[in-house]
Structure formats: structure tokens, C-alpha cells
Design a protein around this ligand. Structure first.
Ligand code: UDP
Ligand code: MG
Length: 320
């Protein structure tokens, strides 16, 4: 079945939002296309989300609604993956259930893709962050650091709220890694991305699922998945302690040879300890280099992603 637009909606304890979401999504889509589906992924909610989803599924036979219910809470990343795997649309939008992201923007993103065939994905970013200065400052710093360390361009402020063409979703679903960090995956797969500002609204019901600790864990997951910076620490430490041991020993020799004083034997002992530490760190650093390689190999990422291949067969077809 050819469907134009799929909305993928991760839901965790969103009993007060799913029905409002459906109504707003229906209203937004009404002027755009009839050919759309909404995939609610119930991420192991323990409130009335399941009941409310089933209710709207029964009551809205005019809308293509799919519900994927997890056996427990697997996290938003797993919910996005499940939604993308189950989506049939030509365009697929990942959008939150809490209506902070107005479904009208999903239509706007769809129209951008309609009018601009050169773009494969539209990523929405918050025009103005509505969270505290400390939280938004830390997030900006994190994206700057991870972009530098991973050499992948993480657009600061860009969220999971985005619309992609089928080819992008297929590529993302084909990445088999277990520990998924969508913001990294969206950047890693490449493709031409249009960034669009949007105004984030207040949550309609319930509260955010992201505590400071959960965000910190998420940031660490991103760093571990996308950079080998922590693995390089032993090598940097080895260089630092190696240089320090040389300085200590050279200073002690200079004092012994060129001055009338005798350098403390402690200086040589400290120099030797630093030198041995440097050697141990270098060995750990070498092991870490291999672990880094294993880490990137086990993800089984494709060696390249071809967006399009034109061959002589295509030329022949167009000539006919
Ligand atoms: N969510 C999810 N699983 C989780 C946490 C959140 O599916 O473990 C969903 C949640 O229901 C919402 C979206 O992810 O639709 C964004 O979550 P939230 O609104 O709590 O995040 P915030 O907007 O505060 O960043
Ligand atoms: Mg939210």
C-alpha cells in the first residue's frame, strides 16, 4: 500500500496526550494528504496509555493507526527504531506525543520535501529553547564537544523531530547496533538535510521523562558510541607522564653536573616512577586502540551508503 506520510510517535506514560495528539495530527494532515498513518509506539507505559491508545484505535476507523506495544520500557531510541521499522510512508516524521512539537510542522516538513527534491531530510530545531539556561548551555556545550570529537556534524539544538524520505529511514533501520543514539545516527548516515526552526510548546499533560541523571547517561552513551576520546586518555596520560619524568631526571642531572649542589635521590626515584607509569599507560593505550577498532567493527556499520547509482543501463532506459 502506498502511503505518503507516516508519523512515528513514541509514547511513555502519555495517557493524557495520545487522544489530543491524534486530533491535532488529524487536523494538521487534513489540508495536506489523506494518505497518512500514525504509528504509536507504547514504550512500556505503566499508566493508562495502552487503554487510551486502544480506545482511539477503535474509535477512529477513518485514520490508519498502528500501535506497537513494548513488553516494558525500552527507551525512546528503541521506540523510534520500532516506529521506523513499522512505517510504510514515503515520508516519515518522528514526533513526540506530548504535543510540544505541533503536528502542523510535520506537514510543513513534508511540503519542504515535496518542493525540494534535492533534500532527503528536514530536521526541526528549537528556535528558542524554553528550558533553563544551565540545561540548554550544557546541551549546546555537549553538541559542540561531541561534534569535534567524533568529526560528525551534530547540529546544535536539532532534535529527533524530523521528517525523512523512505531511503533515509531504510538506511537507519538497516544499522543493526543495539545501543542506538539517534542524534548521532541521523548525522552519521549523511543525506542532504534541511534545518527548519520551530517553536516548542509547553507539555499538554504529564511531565518530562528526562531527569538530569537520565540526560547525563544519554550524553555518556553518545560519547561512548560516537567518539573514541575516552579510549585515548591512557595514551595522552602516557605522553604527559613520560615528558614529566624526562624533565625531572634532566633537572636532577643538570643540578648534579653543573652546580655545586647534589640533587635529591628522590628526584631520580620520582623520575623512574613517572617513567614506569608512562610505560604502563602506553601499553594500556595500545590495548585501547585495538578495543576502539573492535568497538567500531561490532557495530557492523556499512562501509558506505550510496544514495544513488546511475549506470549505463539507466542511460539506455532513458534513451529508449
Ligand atoms: N519517551 C519514550 N520512552 C522513554 C522516554 C520518553 O517513548 O523512555 C517519549 C515520550 O513519551 C515523548 C518523547 O519520548 O513522546 C519525548 O519525551 P519527553 O517529552 O519526556 O522529553 P522532552 O520533551 O522533555 O525532551
Ligand atoms: Mg516533551
Amino acid at each position: 500500500m502506498n502511503i505518503k506520510h507516516s508519523l512515528v510517535v513514541p509514547c511513555y506514560n502519555e495517557e493524557g496526550n495520545v487522544e489530543n495528539f491524534l486530533n491535532e495530527a488529524k487536523a494538521a494532515m487534513a489540508g495536506y494528504t489523506d494518505s497518512y498513518e500514525i504509528i504509536f509506539v507504547n514504550d512500556g507505559s505503566n499508566d493508562g496509555t495502552d487503554k487510551n491508545l486502544k480506545k482511539i484505535w477503535h474509535e477512529n476507523k477513518d485514520v490508519r493507526i498502528k500501535i506497537v506495544s513494548f513488553s516494558r520500557n525500552f527507551g525512546k531510541e528503541a521506540a523510534i527504531y520500532a516506529g521506523l521499522s513499522n512505517a510504510n510512508g514515503e515520508y516519515i516524521t518522528v514526533i513526540d506525543a506530548d504535543l510540544q512539537q505541533d503536528p502542523v510542522y510535520a506537514v510543513q516538513m513534508g511540503k519542504i520535501l515535496d518542493e525540494n527534491p534535492e533534500y532527503d531530510m528536514v530536521a526541526a530545531y528549537q528556535a528558542e529553547r524554553k528550558e533553563g539556561k544551565l540545561k540548554s548551555g550544557l546541551k549546546t556545550l555537549f553538541y559542540k564537544l561531541i561534534s569535534k570529537a567524533s568529526k560528525i556534524d551534530f547540529v546544535t539544538d536539532a532534535s529527533d523531530f524530523r521528517t525523512m524520505r523512505r531511503c533515509v529511514a531504510d538506511t537507519i533501520v538497516a544499522l543493526p547496533e543495539y545501543h542506538r543514539f539517534s542524534k548521532g545516527i541521523f548525522s552519521w548516515v549523511g543525506y542532504n538535510t534541511y534545518t527548519m526552526p520551530y517553536d516548542v510548546r509547553d507539555r499538554v499533560s504529564g511531565e518530562t521523562k528526562w531527569s538530569f541523571m537520565k540526560l547525563l547517561r544519554y550524553a555518556l552513551d553518545g560519547i561512548v558510541a560516537y567518539t573514541d576520546l575516552p579510549l585515548k586518555l591512557p595514551l595522552y596520560t602516557s605522553i604527559f607522564t613520560g615528558i614529566l619524568s624526562l624533565i625531572v631526571v634532566i633537572c636532577a642531572i643538570i643540578i648534579d653536573v653543573f652546580s655545586s649542589h647534589i640533587a635529591s635521590p628522590w628526584a631520580y626515584l620520582i623520575g623512574a616512577v613517572l617513567f614506569v607509569s608512562s610505560l604502563i599507560c602506553a601499553m594500556i593505550g595500545i590495548l585501547a586502540c585495538y578495543i576502539g577498532k573492535i568497538h567500531s567493527e561490532v557495530k557492523h556499520r556499512p562501509i558506505y551508503i550510496a544514495k544513488e547509482i546511475l549506470t549505463y543501463e539507466n542511460d539506455k532506459k532513458t534513451d529508449n
